[in-house]
Design a protein around this ligand. Structure first.
Ligand code: GLU
Length: 446
C-alpha cells in the first residue's frame, strides 16, 4: 500500500468530545502506523455556527492526546475550489437548478407518503425549460442546486463493514448548494478529499448513508474514489448519542478532571473493538492495535467509571520521571520514593497532593488509646529509618502489647496519618521520618 493520507474533519461548532476523539485517533494512529499523513480539516463552511475558538480548542485537545496533524486546512479559506467544482458539475449537467420552496417540497412529500410512494424528490425542476427558469427567476426565485444521481447500484468495500451497496434510485438527488449560494457539507468535503489526495476516509458510521452519493460525486468529478472505513459511534453509558452541542464528555472536561490523555486514548480506541480495553501508555502500541476488520458494528458504550479505572491502572505503572513536573506544580514532589509509595493508591495524579501532605505535614493525629501509643513510642527503632523500619517497629509493639492485625496497625496508622486508609506504612514511615512521627505520636499536629 502506498502511504495513506487521512483526515479528521470536525466542524468547529463546539468542543470535541470523546466520540470525536475516537475518530481523530483512528485517523491519526492509522497514519502514524503506516507512515502516512494526518490532515486536520476544519469543516467551517457554516460561517454562522463555526468559531475559530472551537477550532483552536480542537487543536489543543488533539495536542493533549499526542496527535499532531501534519497539515491543517480550513474550508472557509477554500471556497474558490468548491465554486470551481460546482461549475464543472453544472457544465457536465450533473448539478441542476431547483426552485421549489421548502413548503412545496413538504407538500409533495406528504402527498407521496399518502399514496404509499417513497418520498423521493421528483426532479420536477430538471424538466424546466430555460424559459421556465427565466420566468421563475424574474419572479425573484433563486435556485438551490441538486446533484443528479445515476439511478444505479453503488457498491464499495468498507474496511470496517465489508461489502456495502446502495441503490441510488431510492434516493433523492442531494442538494449541494443552497439558495443563498452556501454549500452543504457534501461537495466541499469531496473537493477537499480530492484536492488533498485523501486515500482513506475514516469517519463515524453516521456517514455510511452519505457514501454512495459521495462516490458518485467523486466519479462525476473524474477523481479516484478513496477507501472508506466507517467506525461505530460511541454512546453514553445509557446509550444516548454524544453531542458536541450539549458539551457531552468534552476532552477539555476530561482533561480538567485530571484524567490522563493515554487513558482517554486507550478507551476511545479500544472500546468496541476485538481488543480488551486496557491502558496503553504508548501511542505506537495503541496504533498497532487498530484493526478495522474487527471493529464492532454496534455502537460502543463509553463508561466514565471504566475511564477512571484505566486512569488508575496507568498511574500505578507510571514512572516518576513522567510525573515529576506535574507533582512539583501541585506542590507534591516529595521524591521518587514518595511516588513509588503512593502511586498504587491513586486514581488521578492530583490525588498525590493529599499524600504529600500526609508525608510532609501538618497532619492532625487521631489517637484513641493513649497508653497503647505510649508503648509504641517506646518501641520506635533508632534513626536512620528505612523500608524495614515499619516491620521491626510493629513486631516490637506486638511483643509489648500482644496485639496483632488491625488492632495493632490501625491505631498506628491513625496516629501517624490521621487517616484510616492509605499507602503501605512501610513505605510512608521513612518518608514521614522520626521527627514528625514522634511529634504525631505525641499528639501534636506536625
Ligand atoms: N464534518 C463532518 C463531520 O463532522 C465530516 C464528515 C466526514 O468525515 O466526511 O461529521
Amino acid at each position: 500500500m502506498s502511504k495513506p493520507i487521512v483526515r479528521f474533519a470536525p466542524s468547529p461548532t463546539g468542543l470535541i468530545h470523546i466520540g470525536n476523539a475516537r475518530q481523530a485517533l483512528m485517523n491519526a494512529l492509522f497514519a502514524r502506523r503506516e507512515g502516512g499523513v494526518f490532515v486536520l480539516r476544519f469543516d467551517d463552511t457554516d460561517l454562522g455556527r463555526s468559531k475559530r475558538e472551537y477550532a483552536d480548542a480542537t487543536e489543543e485537545d488533539l495536542a493533549w492526546l499526542g496527535i499532531a496533524p501534519n497539515l491543517v486546512v480550513r474550508q472557509s479559506e477554500r471556497f474558490a475550489l468548491y465554486d470551481d467544482a460546482a461549475e464543472r458539475l453544472r457544465i457536465s449537467g450533473r448539478l441542476y437548478a431547483c426552485y421549489e420552496t421548502p413548503e412545496e417540497l413538504e407538500f409533495r412529500r406528504k402527498r407521496q407518503l399518502a399514496r404509499g410512494l417513497p418520498p423521493i424528490y421528483d426532479r420536477a425542476s430538471l424538466k424546466l425549460s430555460p424559459e421556465d427558469r427565466e420566468k421563475l427567476e424574474a419572479e425573484g426565485r433563486k435556485p438551490h442546486w441538486r446533484f443528479r444521481l445515476d439511478h444505479r447500484n453503488v457498491v464499495w468495500h468498507d474496511l470496517v463493514r465489508g461489502p456495502c451497496h446502495v441503490d441510488c434510485a431510492s434516493l433523492s438527488d442531494p442538494v449541494l448548494v443552497r439558495e443563498d449560494g452556501t454549500y452543504l457539507y457534501t461537495l466541499p468535503s469531496i473537493v477537499d478529499d480530492i484536492d488533498l489526495n485523501i486515500s482513506h476516509v475514516i469517519r463515524g458510521e453516521d456517514h455510511v448513508t452519505n457514501t454512495a452519493v459521495q462516490i458518485q460525486i467523486f466519479e462525476a468529478l473524474g477523481a479516484q474514489v478513496p477507501f472508506f472505513a466507517h467506525i461505530n459511534l460511541l454512546t453514553t453509558a445509557s446509550g444516548e448519542g454524544l453531542s458536541k452541542r450539549l458539551g457531552h464528555l468534552s476532552l477539555k472536561s476530561l482533561r480538567e478532571a485530571g484524567l490522563e490523555p493515554q487513558a482517554v486514548a486507550s478507551l476511545a480506541v479500544l472500546v468496541g473493538s476485538a481488543e480488551s480495553v486496557r491502558p496503553i501508555a504508548d501511542l505506537d502500541e495503541l496504533a498497532r492495535l487498530i484493526d478495522f476488520d474487527h471493529i464492532s458494528r454496534a455502537p460502543a458504550k463509553f463508561d466514565e467509571h471504566e475511564l477512571e479505572q484505566l486512569n488508575a491502572r496507568l498511574i500505578h505503572e507510571m514512572p516518576y520521571e513522567a510525573v515529576r513536573e506535574r507533582l512539583a506544580a501541585l506542590g507534591a514532589d516529595a521524591g521518587e520514593a514518595f511516588w513509588a509509595a503512593v502511586r498504587g493508591n491513586l486514581t488521578k495524579v492530583v490525588d498525590a497532593a493529599q499524600w504529600a501532605q500526609v508525608v510532609n505535614g501538618p497532619v492532625t493525629p487521631v489517637i484513641e488509646d493513649r497508653a497503647f501509643i505510649d508503648t509504641a513510642i517506646q518501641a520506635l527503632p533508632p534513626a536512620p529509618w528505612d523500608a524495614a523500619t515499619w516491620k521491626a517497629w510493629t513486631e516490637a509493639v506486638k511483643q509489648a502489647t500482644g496485639l496483632k492485625g488491625k488492632a495493632l496497625f490501625l491505631p498506628l496508622r491513625l496516629a501517624l496519618t490521621g487517616l484510616d486508609h492509605g499507602p503501605e506504612l512501610a513505605a510512608l514511615l521513612p518518608l514521614i521520618g522520626p521527627e514528625r512521627a514522634r511529634a504525631r505520636l505525641a499528639g501534636q499536629a506536625a
